[in-house]
Design a protein around this ligand. Structure first.
Ligand SMILES: [Zn+2]
Length: 299
């Protein structure tokens, strides 16, 4: 190799290095999701690293307070079949409700194998990654805010704050935050709802062991062994915001226990009953309108 050839070779190496450098942001996005999967699998015995990686969760470009990616998986309409509706499925809005995250990962496995195009799904298995992925998991996000009290319901500044002070005696676990949508995670979920326009939101929680429901449609009487029990609406909650204000049904599945998984039969039965309820109640022609008359009275 002549000196000139060698010099060309070195230049080529530098150019390649620069190109790799430019590609780094695109690569980093996948790395973010892989790292998140590793952290989830380390934390939750019932979520296998392979299962999380195989789902190919998408980094939406939004991040939690502590810079964890907020991820979704979408199961879009399939050719030749008009979906009966759009379903937004959420796990882990409260970071210490482990089973709510693990169960959504189990249902993701079902969708990975059996998505038939019956519904258009968007699934966010872990809305509050910082709450889960800390030494001692917590309900709130990294700023100590209960994300499920941070949604922009009417008169939030009076209602949510009054409720927190007078009904919860300033419980740190129920702190609604300094302002509605003050948190990156709730703002992200708000935007997801705006862009995806779900016909139904299914949000998984624990450990009340019931089915709760806000908004139009007839609530399911039972999903698996979980029976309908309306827990009431709270200022700033997702059910209050989406269910009552926006007129989108919010189905809240409260699993029995936060730290112990339901049996696999129960996980399957809840899923099956939920699909039956969705089939019965969703219709692509359904139009939802805000139901301002259903807003809760000021307290
Ligand atoms: Zn919860």
């Amino acid at each position: 190799m002549t000196v000139k050839q060698f010099s060309r070779f070195v230049n080529l190496l530098i150019l390649n290095g620069l190109m790799l450098f430019w590609q780094a942001p695109a690569l980093a996005q996948g790395d973010d999701v892989s790292a998140l999967c590793r952290q989830i699998a380390n934390k939750l015995a019932s979520v296998d690293l392979r299962d999380c990686l195989d789902v190919n969760l998408i980094n939406t470009g939004a991040y939690s307070v502590e810079n964890k990616p907020l991820v979704v998986k979408e199961y879009p309409p399939l050719p030749g079949r008009t979906p009966m509706g759009r379903v937004l499925l959420l796990g882990g809005i409260h970071g210490d409700e482990y089973s709510s995250i693990s169960v959504v990962f189990k249902w993701l496995r079902i969708l990975e194998e059996h998505h038939s195009g019956m519904f258009h799904w968007r699934v966010a298995p872990l809305v509050n990654p910082d709450g889960l992925l800390r030494g001692k998991s917590q309900r709130m996000n990294a700023n100590g805010v209960d994300l499920n009290r941070n949604f922009p319901t009417p008169n939030w500044h009076v209602e949510a704050v009054n409720y927190w002070v007078n009904q919860t005696y300033r419980s740190p676990r129920r702190y609604p935050g300094p302002a509605p949508l003050s948190e990156p995670e709730s703002l992200w979920l708000f935007k997801e709802i705006e862009s995806f326009k779900p016909d139904v939101i299914v949000s998984v929680h624990a450990p009340h062991g019931v089915v709760d429901f806000d908004g139009p449609h007839e609530a399911p009487k039972r999903l698996g062994q979980l029976h309908l029990k309306l827990l009431g609406t709270y200022p700033g909650s997702l059910g209050n915001y989406a269910g009552l204000l926006k007129g989108m049904p919010v189905l809240t599945i409260e699993l029995d226990r936060a730290g112990i998984m339901p049996t696999r039969y129960e996980i399957r039965d809840i899923w099956g009953d939920m699909i039956r309820w969705l089939r019965k109640n969703l219709n692509k022609n359904t139009v939802y309108s805000p139901q301002a008359d259903q807003l809760p009275e000021a307290s």
